[in-house]
Every structure is written in structure tokens, then in C-alpha cells.
Unconditional design. Structure first.
Length: 231
């Protein structure tokens, strides 16, 4: 991993602050000041920034295929099955959900113990793309593509939704890409134009996909997937 990425991942510093620390000579690798932010680190390297040792945090990053009727909850007081029940071997971690799904929805859910990373995934200011496959009760008019691209008003909201991309896949099927995470946003968007979502499946969050997972299965994110939210 690059030096700047390592510092940003395993400390409170943002990527930009990590670069400043390196370029100003406040980062040491194995006791030597290093100003090369792209330096490739080895597992045994010791990194010190501002006199503090930076170690791997042991954080957990999981991509789960949430089945239908499973709650997006990490609580242990729920009567129904929750996503935390599906991640065997990680229940001892303080996991939280980076992007929830309704109980009747399926697809990609991210779970992590890293609060800073989770904020990068969910905060509107980072415009993380979420991709959904939708099946609707009524046919989709082609004009809806333009309406979604321009943004529309949802009930109770004072501002339009941000531009969204709708790809028509069939008479009643589509793939919707949004960069917000408003409450029940996808269902409300189609409700605003007089349609109703019958099935909702999230396929992507940023660069993370379902890969070849089956419902109820999960995998740990690789370094490239983790870092994609920190750029």
C-alpha cells in the first residue's frame, strides 16, 4: 500500500492531510523521514507521523448480499433475522451498516467497523453512486428518464433530487443510479411519477459489486475496493 493511503486508512487524517504531513517531513518510515507520498510499504515497515506510531487498525469491511425479509440492523434485540446474523465470524466486531436497505429489498449492503470510512460511503457530499435494479407495477414511460435526469420533488422535500440515471431494461424493469441516500428514495421517486416498486435490488455501491454472491453470502472487501471511497 502507498504511504499516503496507509496513513489515511489507519489514522484520523484525511488523504489530503496525510499528503501534507508527508511533504512537510513529519512522516518517518523505519526511523527515516520520507517525503515520497507514493512510497510502497512492506508489511514489516514501521510508520510514525507527528511522533505517533501508525499501525494497521484491524478494521473490517464486508459486502453482503441481503436477502428479502432480513432487517438492515445490527441490534441483537430484533425478533426477525438481521444482516449481522449472516456474517459469521465477525459478530464480535462493532459493525455498523454503511447504507441500509428496506426489509423487503435485496442486494448489496456494506458493513464495517470503520466509522470514518462509513462516513465516506454515506455522506451526500461525497456523491457515492448506488445502482438499483427495479421492477415496477406499471410500464415505465420513456419520458421518465429525462424527469429523473433533471431531478424531481419528493413529498416533504424542499429541493429536487439530484440528477439520476435511469436505464430502461424492459417494459416494467429499469436500472437506476443515484448519488443520494434519502429515506426510501427509490420507492419515493417512482411514487412521485405515479408508479410503484414491486422489487428492489441494489447491485452496486461505488466500486463495490455483488460479484457472484448468492443471497445471504458475503465477502471481505479488497484493498482497492476499500481505498476507492477514500480518493
Amino acid at each position: 500500500m502507498r504511504l499516503d493511503k496507509f496513513i489515511a486508512t489507519h489514522s484520523e487524517a484525511s488523504r489530503s492531510l496525510a499528503k501534507v504531513a508527508i511533504l512537510s517531513g513529519r512522516a518517518k518510515v523505519n526511523g527515516v523521514v520520507v517525503k515520497d507520498q507514493g512510497l510502497k510499504l512492506k508489511p514489516e515497515d514501521e510508520i510514525i507521523v507527528n511522533g505517533q506510531l501508525i499501525t494497521e487498525s484491524g478494521e473490517v469491511y464486508i459486502a453482503l448480499y441481503k436477502p428479502e425479509d432480513v432487517l438492515s440492523s445490527t441490534g441483537d434485540d430484533e425478533e426477525d433475522d438481521t444482516v449481522i446474523d449472516l456474517v459469521d465470524g465477525f459478530t464480535h466486531k462493532e459493525l455498523h451498516i454503511a447504507g441500509r436497505l428496506d426489509k423487503d429489498a435485496t442486494g448489496l449492503v456494506l458493513l464495517t467497523s470503520d466509522g470514518k470510512w462509513s462516513h465516506r460511503v454515506t455522506s451526500p457530499k461525497f456523491s457515492c453512486e448506488k445502482v438499483y435494479h427495479v421492477t415496477l407495477i406499471d410500464p415505465i414511460d420513456e419520458e421518465i428518464v429525462e424527469i429523473f435526469a433533471e431531478g424531481l420533488y419528493l413529498r416533504g422535500e424542499e429541493k429536487r433530487t439530484l440528477p439520476a440515471k435511469l436505464e430502461l431494461l424492459g417494459e416494467r424493469e429499469g436500472r437506476l443510479t443515484i448519488t443520494e441516500g434519502k429515506y426510501h428514495q427509490v420507492k419515493r421517486m417512482f411514487g412521485a411519477i405515479g408508479n410503484k416498486v414491486l422489487e428492489l435490488k441494489r447491485e452496486n455501491i461505488g466500486a463495490v459489486t455483488l460479484r457472484d454472491l448468492e443471497p445471504g453470502e458475503f465477502y471481505e472487501l479488497d484493498d482497492a475496493e476499500i481505498q476507492s471511497f477514500l480518493k
